[in-house]
Design a protein around this ligand. Sequence first.
Ligand SMILES: Nc1ncnc2c1ncn2[C@@H]1O[C@H](COP(=O)(O)OP(=O)(O)OP(=O)(O)O)[C@@H](O)[C@H]1O
Ligand SMILES: [Mg+2]
Length: 625
Amino acid sequence: MAEYVDRYDIGSQESSARRLSDFEIVKRIVMDYVMRHKGLFSINLVLIFFKMLTVLARPYLYKTVLDFYIARTPTDDAVWLAGIIRSLAVSLAKSSEPQLRGLLLSSALLYVAIAAVEWAVTTAQLYYIEKLGLFVIADIRADFFSHINNLSQRFFEYGNTGRLVSRVTNDAEALKKILSTGVIGLVGDLIMTFSIVLMMAFIDSQLTLVALLIAPLLAVTSRVFQGWIKEAWRTARRNVASLTGKVQDLMYGAKLTKSLVQEERSLIEFDETNELNMQTQIRAETVSVAYSSVATVLGSIMTAAIWYLGGMKVLGATRTIGQLVAFSNYSESFFTPIQNLAMLYGEIQSGLAGAERIFVILDEEPEVQESENPIHVDEMRGEIEFKEVNFSYLLDQPVLKDINLRIKPGEKIAIFGPTGSGKSTIINLLGRFYDPVEGQVIVDDHDLRDLSFSSLRRAVSIVLQEPYLFNGTVEYNLKFGNPDVPDEEMTRVAKYVGIHDAITELEDGYLTLLHERGTNLSYGQRQLVCLARAIIADPRILVFDEATSSVDPYTEAMIQDTLRKEMMNRTVILVTHRVSTVRDMDRIILLENGVIADEGTHDQLIKRSSLYRELCEMQLVEVNT
Ligand SMILES: Nc1ncnc2c1ncn2[C@@H]1O[C@H](COP(=O)(O)OP(=O)(O)OP(=O)(O)O)[C@@H](O)[C@H]1O
Ligand SMILES: [Mg+2]
């Protein structure tokens, strides 16, 4: 198993170190996904710019009002703003020489107007960022889903479904967050910091240097905390995934747990996982909060230094009081984006980790791939050939050995043999869920590897032992492989396989919604629905892998009979353990340990194969030798 674990066990991938750097992940999100919505992205950039203007405007207004009308130490640079305030006051008071009261009132009105614009811009920004995030997430989910559909069967055997579910839900959600708070927020915060520093330098370059001295301190503390936060969030996220897995086990395995009287144990196990999950979350939150508090303390040190040094300058009359207030205001808002980044760091990190886990799966190359120039065949005859096929799931553990098999169009054959002899494996190769290690599987003179997926899927319909029904109506399920089929044909087939009466007895007949995993139908009935679904899909080759194992022998015999009529010109392969089912087939392939031990009709095999006789005797069939 070892050689596949690395590749397919996504659990083990999660515990290993990061594969993509933060930069690579962000670049990929932006280039592959955000850029699909250029319009929305540009709206967001424009809004960031306006937001920046409003944030810069308010301290500047303080400064002007303080210097011009309160302390009366006007500065040259703000003459234009004083002019605006003045003309506002003029038009309000309708006199050419407004009073001080009028000037203060119009300043206040201007202040409110700026705040209103800021409110509008912030709201619009939130709306558009959210919208962009949701679009991107929908795209990623769609990519993820179609990719999962293409991945090899093997992937699911090693991949833990709980983890996959967690990726489309939690990880995608975390990724949305880094889009809004991260990518867009980061760009906004960087632009903001930069423009605020410019304004500060414009007021007083010396004080700006003092403020900037705090930056390296902040950087050092960030680095220390970053490592802790990163690790804490990764562990937390891993635990959420395993909690999801446990919940699924509890739900889907509920019956099994009860029947084995293991409720208590599974509850204890769940409690442990839950507890662990809680603790790691708390730890992650605590570390993130501890960091943001450190940032607050550093901010206070900076403010104190500015007021002390700046206060001296005001006393020495080299700076005005308005400049000091504005500077102090700017320095606070310069710290906000940096603090933002610090607080969001945990979120951004967990988002990046989520994005990485999604990308790791998106990068997974499907093992079975469609050929570059696939052959499309519309009408198949239904001839099948296995040519010297060898196959193993794991290296050096052959499951099928030297299989040579020819099935004529319209022939009805059975594959019969003990458990583990390789029957389902043959079906897996025919459905191209795997490719043979050696040899060829050929349908109508085409190697399956050359055939287009759509031609193959249309030609071959496989009914599996485990009857899977989709969430939807009975009709939706029956017409799944052939949605355009008329209702008459659907009911005709349902009657043929003997499920029509059971369906009409349901609440809404064919329009009854099937519950999750189809619990309003019995297991055998579900098998019949799957059987009908395969027949309605109208394939040339029909394969049943123990598809009727749970229906009673009477129903099975009836199905056999109708199948023979219905399947006149189709090739049928039946995998079964039941001798009664095998007897009437044109040919029986007897499989033992991955080798074709014998083949022939029931009568021929009874005469010459001791294995066949044994299998028959076990099922108390009269053996006439
Ligand atoms: N995904 C897999 N990975 C590794 N080994 C596998 C896998 N699936 C099947 N095998 C092995 O391949 C062999 C053949 O399995 P297969 O499912 O084809 O048997 P089968 O004849 O269909 O048995 P049954 O009658 O129980 O359905 C078995 O020994 C099994 O252990
Ligand atoms: Mg099987």
